[in-house]
Design a protein around this ligand. Structure first.
Ligand SMILES: [Cu+2]
Length: 110
């Protein structure tokens, strides 16, 4: 009888991203007060940064896991985001200790 080696397990996201707000590639028609990356489970740590169309970092008054829901990494700009294109970068550590990161983009037209 042949011994079949187990197939290698594909490197998958350990705690996948469930949704982002504002939605990826969306256009918002009012100023955006916060951005959120929601995962399928609680995370250990998380950070968000936002850059504008010229690549400048948008100042945030807070960035991190929401204390009321640790599956959500939230970034709160110092002032709501007005018209422009924004890129959100997130980085988070899952409960198994592995770090993940990603980006998404959205527009504001007010
Ligand atoms: Cu993992």
């Amino acid at each position: 009888m042949n011994v079949v080696a187990p197939a290698p397990v594909a490197a998958a996201a350990h705690t996948p991203l469930k949704s982002v707000s504002p939605k990826r590639n969306s256009t918002q028609h009012k100023a955006v007060a916060d951005v959120r990356a929601t995962f399928k489970a609680k995370m250990q740590t998380g950070l968000i940064s936002i850059t504008n169309a010229s690549g400048a970092t948008v100042p945030l008054k807070s960035s991190g896991l929401m204390s009321s829901n640790k599956a959500v990494v939230r970034g709160v700009p110092t002032s709501p985001l007005k018209s422009g294109t924004y890129k959100v970068s997130w980085r988070a550590r899952a409960s198994d200790g592995h770090s993940e990161k990603g980006t998404w983009t959205f527009k504001v037209a007010v």
